[in-house]
Design a protein around this ligand. Sequence first.
Ligand code: VG1
Ligand code: CO
Length: 555
Amino acid sequence: MPGVVVVNTKPYDGQKPGTSGLRKKVKVFMQENYTENFIQSILDANKNALQGCTLVVGGDGRYLVKEVVDKIIKIAAANGATKLLVGQNGILSTPAVSCIIRKYKTLGGIVLTASHNPGGINNDFGIKFNCSNGGPAPDHTTNEIYKLTTTISQYRIVPDLVCAVDKIGVQTFNVEDRQFVVEVIDSVKDYVGYMKEIFDFGKIKTLLQGSEQRPPFKVLIDSMNGVTGPYVKTIFIDELGAPQSAVCRVTPLEDFGGAHPDPNLTYAADLVNTVKNGDYDFGAAFDGDGDRNMIIGRGAFFVTPSDSLAVLAASLAHIPYFQRAGVAGFARSMPTAAAVDRVAHAAGKEMFEVPTGWKYFGNLMDAGRLSLCGEESFGTGSDHIREKDGLWAALAWLSVLAATGKSVEQTLVDHWKQYGRNYFTRYDYEECPSDPCAEMMQALEKRITSPGFVGSALGRYVVAKADNFSYMDPVDQSVAMKQGLRIIFEDGSRIVMRLSGTGSSGATVRLYIDSYEAKDVLGSAQEMLKPLIDVALELAELPRYTGRDAPTVIT
Ligand code: VG1
Ligand code: CO
């Protein structure tokens, strides 16, 4: 019978979860006891609930996932956990973890991913705790976990417990007269089953294969060597009957093949070029852990995530899940353009604006007030789970296109004609030196909150409101402060600036620009927004502080 060993350890600085879990370089996680400390702290934060409960464990297949799954099994066994549900070979997409937590009513789950950050020994790893509602832990829980990491002195482990995670099935261990069960589960089955309940796969299949009325609708789905590969193969090839050529990069690789698994115009340029130059009606890409999505149409017509959210909000009636459950309110993160607000307004639905990070949507969904939400950072999702869901978004789009018979571009043009258009762009300055960026944000905050700033003119824009965004959750009244600097102009245009909370080194500055046009809806975002971008760069003195004259990524 394998025995529990108590290991003495010391706290590490900086184990504070960011926007979505603890993310650091792989080599940071490989330091002695670093990972063990954090896992023990997660379990300690749940100490009173572990016995008799189940935890879900899985990750996006990146470098270190397998080793850390093994550590979690051994540490959970030593801490009196009763059962773990582990994805085969440690593979579970982030949306699948959320789905499984909810389906089997578990205490929560541990998700091993650094999401859209690159993988491999020289890149990033991450650990995130999700609660029993399936969503990322709220701030008070991550703060509790963090607090425990600052005082940890011991962790418990069963070093000799040997558990094979490559075979599906139940394994039972005796640890100190208790039974400890690990059930290795099929990584895709529960999730795919759920998608078949949510959507009408028959209609999507007919769209893809063509009918007497319509030629086949050709799609290209790019998993970017991330975790969605097996899910995409099962859904698109086995279930929807698409040809092999409809999917690409569908084998999860530990280093994502050297790619940056972030579905945007820069890092998914291959998909964009293939769709642009090929005979495709639709392209979609997902990030490393499968919660983000990028949607493009014929000719690589790009759908901004803010518009994607608005279009889906206006089209939920085409999706069986919403036909059954009805549609409550909508929500977006603060930097996301307000296109969806117009749909909410027209439909008489509640509309919420929350800080960046999916954890802020959970309470609203649990309270039954939120059906569909999204972030400008390629996140779209609904209350079917408590994470954003890349594949769900692609299937939602295909459901809408199957019902309307329109192209992606026509769908957008019609939407803009009806609601007007929120032009949006985001500039990312990745891995800048930290101190000057912090100074820049401080200086900007001081400037925009000083007397006389509201009412002043910047170029042709007159400032109507300026602050550091804070949010009070309408369900539990918890408050999140300092969530991003925003300047709102009299015509409704906005400049938003914040520092990323998911980077693993240095500072990443995000600048978001959005501006509404009721009639002039067919312009280019970069051209339309140029005057406002210039105002923002000058106001923040961004080139001077960051030393960059151009962003790393433009969306
Ligand atoms: C970024 C995005 C945010 C998203 C978060 C996690 O955070 O801006 O909208 O929720 O990543 O996404 P930040 O703090 O770097 O701006 V994922 O797919 O990485 O879990
Ligand atoms: Co992600």
